[in-house]
Design a protein around this ligand. Structure first.
Ligand code: GDP
Length: 438
């Protein structure tokens, strides 16, 4: 489900809005210390729209001196996860200085924002609603969470702002085609492999009218699973005609990578790990796709066990950013190893989509921190308080705490590697965001 976060300073009516949308009072979902304690979440069905909603209002009851700091962390966490933010102000009191830091966070995050001027029942608080323009978050919706006014306008705004259902990452159905691209240097054997996978059908089907050559995708089924293959082969032919092979190979590769969930980087096993191969893998990593490495032309290799061992070591050394990536020997020409390749592709897509629960991550975090505490920088202790997985596809984690901007690269690398190990996330890019409250 897409995620909507309710954000705003204390007392603007976030809880009331939350309860209005969720339709019942929910208990706090987590009793762990730290940020999650204060969070409420619920699933909302709202006139045909379905989303998960996060509320930061639990904090308002926590009357501690660290309230604002925690509130800020909490809000950052919610915004990071959100596809859409509902930013709430109190229309009756107008815009207060306390609203501004929250508005600033929302603006920085750059995700769609719906501005709600709450407590405006019966036309009250119009002046406050006008003031709300000054926040730079767009037109406010006059609203009353308590009386249920403004719901129609909120519904249309949400309808516009929420991602399309079929683009929604987490709600992926089992029957949805898995999008796979096969990329690699010219002559790595991409066309041969794709032809072998698809069989003769493809020759009969051909590019359909209305589909440009650049965006040919081929639907295929592997063991009852729908696979949509991006056909880079068609483009290669065009590239030959244009005689700008190198340049096109790169931009075609980029298009294929963006199309795909899992990218098979096909190497020619007789000349593996050329510079261009590494460039392609970097591209796949920076686009955040799951990776599988295919060692094609395996039929031409004399010492197969020896070479496989060597190439796996090369991978560990050359590709730390996708550590543990599957390396599958195959021959497109002989049709060997394709099953193994596809098993690795499906496994990679599962890893890429994996969600780890917040409680497991925080158990892991306290363990990782005690085993190897973060260094003190300029005499000040860096404090990591809490971690959560904010997105999948690829796995994206966030750390919350103090002085995190001072964390050395080596330490964040340690954490990423430990996350990869502990939660079994081989071969996928892993993203880590740092949210620091000081
Ligand atoms: P592409 O540029 O990556 O699409 O590469 P092609 O599929 O056109 O293949 C380039 C050359 O490698 C052709 O001569 C193929 O016959 C050959 N080739 C492709 N796969 C294999 C393989 O598994 N084994 C062997 N021996 N040759 C292959």
């Amino acid at each position: 489900l897409p995620t909507v976060a309710i954000v705003g300073r204390p007392n603007v009516g976030k809880s009331t809005l939350f309860n209005r949308l969720v339709g019942k009072k929910l208990a706090l979902v987590d009793d762990r210390p730290g940020v999650t304690r204060d969070r409420r979440e619920g699933d909302v069905g709202f006139g045909g729209l379905a989303f998960r909603i996060i509320d930061t209002a639990g904090l308002e009851e926590a009357d501690s001196e660290s309230l604002l700091g925690r509130m800020r962390l909490q809000t950052e966490a919610a915004i990071l996860e959100a596809d859409v933010v509902l930013f709430v102000i109190d229309a009756r009191v107008g815009v207060l200085p306390a609203d501004r830091p929250f508005a600033e966070m929302v603006r920085r995050a750059g995700c769609p924002v719906i501005l709600i001027a709450n407590k405006a029942e019966g036309g009250a608080g119009m002046a406050g609603a006008y003031e709300a323009f000054s926040l730079g978050l767009g037109d406010p919706i006059p609203f009353s969470a308590e009386h249920g006014e403004g719901l129609g306008e909120l519904h249309s705004a949400l309808q516009e702002a929420l991602p399309e259902a079929d683009e929604d990452a987490d709600g992926e159905g089992a029957d949805k085609a898995l999008k796979v691209a096969i990329v690699g240097r010219p002559n790595a054997g991409k066309s041969t492999l794709i032809n072998r996978m698809i069989g003769q059908d493809r020759l009969l089907v051909g590019p359909e009218a209305g589909i440009t050559r650049d965006s040919i995708s081929l639907d295929w089924e592997w063991r009852g699973r729908r696979i949509r293959l991006h056909d880079t082969a068609g483009m290669r032919r065009r590239a030959r005609i244009d005689d700008k092979l190198e340049k096109l190979a790169v931009s075609d590769g980029l298009r294929a990578v963006r199309f795909a969930e899992v990218v098979v980087v096909l190497l020619d096993a007789t000349i593996p790990f050329e510079k261009q191969d590494l460039t392609i893998i970097d591209l796949v990593e920076s686009e955040g796709r799951a990776v599988v490495i295919g060692l094609n032309k395996w039929d031409l290799v004399a010492d197969q066990p020896g070479l496989l061992k060597e190439l796996r070591e090369d991978c560990t050394r050359l590709l730390p950013q996708v550590r543990g990536v599957a390396v599958v020997p195959l021959s497109g020409l002989a049709g060997e190893g394709i099953d193994k390749l596809m098993q690795a592709v499906v496994a990679a897509s599962e890893v890429w989509s994996r969600r780890v629960s917040t409680s497991r991550i925080n158990d892991w975090l306290s363990d990782a921190l005690s085993r190897n505490p973060p260094p003190a920088v300029a005499g000040r202790r860096i404090k990591i308080r809490y971690a959560t997985q904010v997105k999948t596809r690829p796995p994206h984690f966030a750390l919350f705490g103090n002085q995190l901007n001072a964390l050395p690269k080596s330490y964040t690398r340690y954490l990423v590697n430990a996350l990869r190990e502990s939660f079994d996330l081989p071969g996928t890019p892993i993203r880590l965001s740092l949210r620091t409250s000081e």
